[in-house]
Write a protein that binds this ligand. Sequence first.
Ligand code: UN1
Length: 477
Amino acid sequence: MTIHQNLIAGEWTGVDASDNINPSDTNDVVGRYARASAADTVQAIAAAKAAFPAWSRSGILERHAILKKTSDEIIARKEELGRLLAREEGKTLPEAIGETIRAGQIFDFFAGECLRLAGEVLPSVRPNIGVEITRDPLGVIGVITPWNFPIAIPAWKIAPALAYGNTVVFKPADLVPGCAWAIVDILHRAGLPKGVLNLVMGKGSVVGQAMLDSPDLAGITFTGSTGTGKRVALASIEHNRKFQLEMGGKNPLVVLDDADLTVAVEAAANSGFFSTGQRCTASSRLIVTEGIHDRFVAALTEKLKTLTVDNALKAGTHIGPVVDEKQLKTDTDYIEIGKSEGAKLAFGGELVRNETPGFYLQPTLFTEASNSMRIAREEIFGPVAAVIRAKDYDEALSVANDTPFGLSAGIATTSLKHATHFKRNSEAGMVMVNLPTAGVDFHVPFGGRKGSSFGSREQGKYASEFFTTVKTAYTLA
Ligand code: UN1
């Protein structure tokens, strides 16, 4: 099998490789992908550093053209790339094609941003002096991405990094090198100069560590676990390096007595269980007021019965497999923890056997959970959600905010008063009214508060806050 190699200084390189396994069918090898060493990583960083002066001064038309071409190719190949994504990560084919289109849209958005690099001009407080405020690129950016959005998250970090004139060293999650390799190949062929974008696939403990230890990365943008995020932060402070972290969530979906039941159940089923619950924006706490509680639980349980857990590539599958054996063990351990804490297992909890051997788990719903249980406080990152009773809106809001996380929060209600109050008083970075907590637009800021995030927002024009540094220039004339 041919090896998909790393890209360092414009050259495809690397012989040490490992198999990329399909979680829907563990007999299926998606491909062989190179593993970079620490020395390769250091070389990639040096290449990005050498490429920075020219790229940071490159014309906006050149950057626009490369990003636009990349967008066009991703969208033209959406079926094929979506298939690759579903095959290596395990989300369903329609979800995977949707994510691929989103990656294309992100490149298109940032292609446009290249043409909108505006600054400000102000008069000085002193006579005859003008002040210009501009945004300069940062330098070499380390991009570290998770396995759950193998094409969209690399897109929303790499596209702005390049658009604003930075060079990049990209380390994708070890479990999903396929989509990462594909977009680097597309960008490379779209005409990026040597060293502007480098791909170093491999283990966090080797490649990620070499990135953290480097004095030459001006910034690291990271999405992943809270534990690794803390390590990125500590190592970055040591090197006076800018960092941006997107980490976990324990997102609440409040369902009030006056909710439209169908809307509430759709939102809970989608954000609790689609993408196998493997989204940092997933709703894992369903906080339901007394008057609708039993009807909501009954309707959601009925809905879960209709969902098919099977091979991600099969037509009719609603929920694909868990990404790997380790994550499956985490999920089943938490299901045991939930039971031993005294929550009631209302649906699921069992492994599913299908035609192809994979890591299949039923969508799992707990009821009678309390917000102090571990299943309500810790991020599970699987198809597991817990219903918590609340006596009224005020209690539901306070339970929703009582969490170490603060990424996304939802409310299902037909009351303008409660919807408005919730938008103002939720302690999350993103608030959804009558919508799933997961599934966001690509052109507006994304990010959270408290333990979920650190640093400025990703996506939309807010991305420039991280990927640039402000310069204030004074001129006497
Ligand atoms: C979404 O819900 O559309 O890792 C995006 C994650 C998030 C992305 C969620 N950074 O799940």
